[in-house]
Design a protein around this ligand. Structure first.
Ligand code: NIG
Ligand code: FE
Length: 419
């Protein structure tokens, strides 16, 4: 069934000439006042002013009731499926414990690994569906989803299968990422190199057909740069895009490493996307090389906020260095138990000095270019008909009503999804 969307006070298209946008090039997000849109199931057919279109007879009409219509958010960094939760750690941090201390005493990622291993694949799918439905409820129509809480061949593949089973269920589109290198499992604590070999020789080849990308957590106590390099080179040989968790808790040289991997990716495939995620502690000296590589920074302010930290990534420095910034939720049970992209936009504007326009671009068209080759994250003829309707008069109210905004309707592939 084809659909005509009418009565949009603002239809915000994010359409324009370039795909990746930096804030400085992007003061304009493409607002059409009193807009309308025609869509089929698989593409946007027409976008413009209501006065300029006659609705074809056989089209169903959706009345946006004078609200704002936006492209669906694209959340480029989530750990969508995991067993259990870590409310106990959130409470412990309130009493002074740090993320690092909690991990050192057996909590953290390892405790979620234990809970996830004790959850059946069908239950993992149900958990994933519940989380994906919550994401939709905040306007997300495409989400990346990482494995990383299995940390064995069997359990990592089970998680990736569960992630792949979320597809086609009236939920956001899902882009799976293999994150076998999220932490060292207890059984390999005394021989970490053996776990790296297991990833290289067995996990990656088996995971590659189920994943679009590979990720590694590079941090003190987790993976070393040299181990990450070997894993990511193997991943690129297998045709996977690259994401990296870098410089989250301290400056571990992640900026220079990201630039190196960004350049290296050209030898494998010019179309590869290389993202450097977190970057809270990356110094500005690293930015020119990252911009030249190019590397796409994926900034995760909700994880800084939820850990009670104050050092947010230097988004302004990255934008001024010419990088196209992405914002994402980092949804996970430890450092970022939220799926709200509107809240992430609020944090980017209040704590990272990103403009409203920069924040919106960073949650739509930029991550759409990373995860979906530019087919989603903007409202333009020929793109995927994924969009959201918001009960407000100005799109800037979405980050402004902090932690309160939700869309009134969400459409994925031209179909209204229950939220
Ligand atoms: O992106 N830092 C590594 N991974 C997650 C946290 C995972 C967890 O604590 O369970 C992150 O913040
Ligand atoms: Fe993460």
């Amino acid at each position: 069934m084809s659909l005509a969307v009418v009565n949009c006070r603002q239809l915000v298209t994010l359409a324009g000439d370039t795909v990746f946008r930096t804030g400085s090039q992007m003061r304009e997000v493409g607002v059409i006042e009193d807009g309308a849109m025609l869509v089929s199931r698989d593409r946007i057919q027409w976008v413009g002013r209501r006065a300029d279109i006659e609705i074809p007879k056989n089209y169903e009409v959706f009345d946006a009731e004078g609200g704002v219509v936006l492209p669906g958010f694209v959340d480029a960094h989530t750990h969508l499926i995991f067993g259990g939760n870590r409310a106990n750690e959130f409470a412990a941090r309130a009493e002074g414990a740090t993320y690092e201390e909690i991990a050192a005493r057996g909590g953290g990622i390892r405790s979620t690994v234990a809970a996830t291993r004790h959850t059946t694949e069908d239950e993992l799918v149900k958990i994933g569906e519940a989380h994906a439905r919550k994401a939709l409820g905040f306007g997300t129509t495409t989400a990346e989803a990482k494995s990383g809480y299995g940390l064995s061949v069997e359990h990592e593949l089970r998680l990736l299968r569960a992630i792949c089973r979320l597809g086609g269920k009236n939920l956001p589109r899902i882009s799976p990422t293999f994150l076998g290198a999220h932490a060292f499992p207890p059984e390999f604590e005394d021989d970490r190199e053996a776990y790296v070999r297991l990833i290289l020789e067995e996990m990656l080849p088996k995971a590659a057909p189920l994943a679009a990308a590979c990720d590694v957590f590079v941090e003190k106590g987790y993976f070393e740069i040299d181990q990450a390099r070997r894993i990511l080179e193997r991943a690129m040989e297998l045709g996977l895009h690259v994401h990296m968790h870098l410089d989250q808790l301290c400056d571990g040289g992640g900026g220079a490493f990201a630039a190196e991997i960004g350049k290296l990716s050209w030898h494998y495939n010019r179309e590869f996307n290389v993202t450097a995620d977190h970057l809270e502690h990356t110094p500005a000296e690293a930015f020119p090389a990252m911009a030249a590589a190019p590397v796409i920074p994926v900034l995760l302010p909700a994880s800084v906020f939820c850990l009670g930290k104050t050092k947010y990534p230097d988004a302004r420095g990255m934008i001024d260095a010419g990088m196209a910034v992405v914002l994402a939720s980092d949804f996970n049970p430890g450092s970022s138990p939220t799926l709200s992209i509107p809240f992430v936009m609020s944090l980017a504007m209040t704590h990272m000095r990103m403009s409203a326009e920069e924040a919106l671009v960073a949650c739509t068209v930029n991550p759409g270019a990373v995860l979906a080759s530019g087919m989603t994250g903007l409202l333009e003829v020929g793109k995927e008909p994924d969009f959201t309707v918001w009960p407000c008069e100005d799109w800037r109210e979405i980050p402004y009503w902090v932690a309160m905004t939700r869309p009134s309707a969400v459409f994925v592939a031209g179909q209204r999804a229950p939220i």
